[in-house]
Design a protein around this ligand. Structure first.
Ligand code: ZN
Length: 87
């Protein structure tokens, strides 16, 4: 247990020095994405202003709602363009 804590801390120190290595872990909408650091597993997300912010449980909740709205809208757009291409 002690070892793993120490390892996590050293990862965090690496991140503090050279910066986090974020990769997109989830695409919520075309503008909002979730990022996870490959080193320390810290998670970020895009907020309403397009800035990166820490992925708190509150933001997770917002993102899941956003994702649902976005997916539904995309589906509707797809159906619309399909039906209009018939005419
Ligand atoms: Zn990191």
């Amino acid at each position: 247990m002690k070892n793993s804590t120490r390892q996590q801390n050293s990862f965090k120190i690496i991140c503090d020095i050279i910066g986090h290595k974020y990769e997109v872990s989830k695409k919520v909408t075309s503008h909002v994405k979730e990022y996870t650091c490959k080193c320390c597993k810290k998670q970020l997300t895009t907020d309403g202003d397009g800035h990166l912010t820490e992925l708190t449980p509150k933001f997770k909740e917002i993102n899941s709602i956003l994702e649902e709205i976005y997916t539904r809208r995309m589906l509707r757009l797809k159906t619309k363009s399909l039906s209009s291409s018939i005419y």
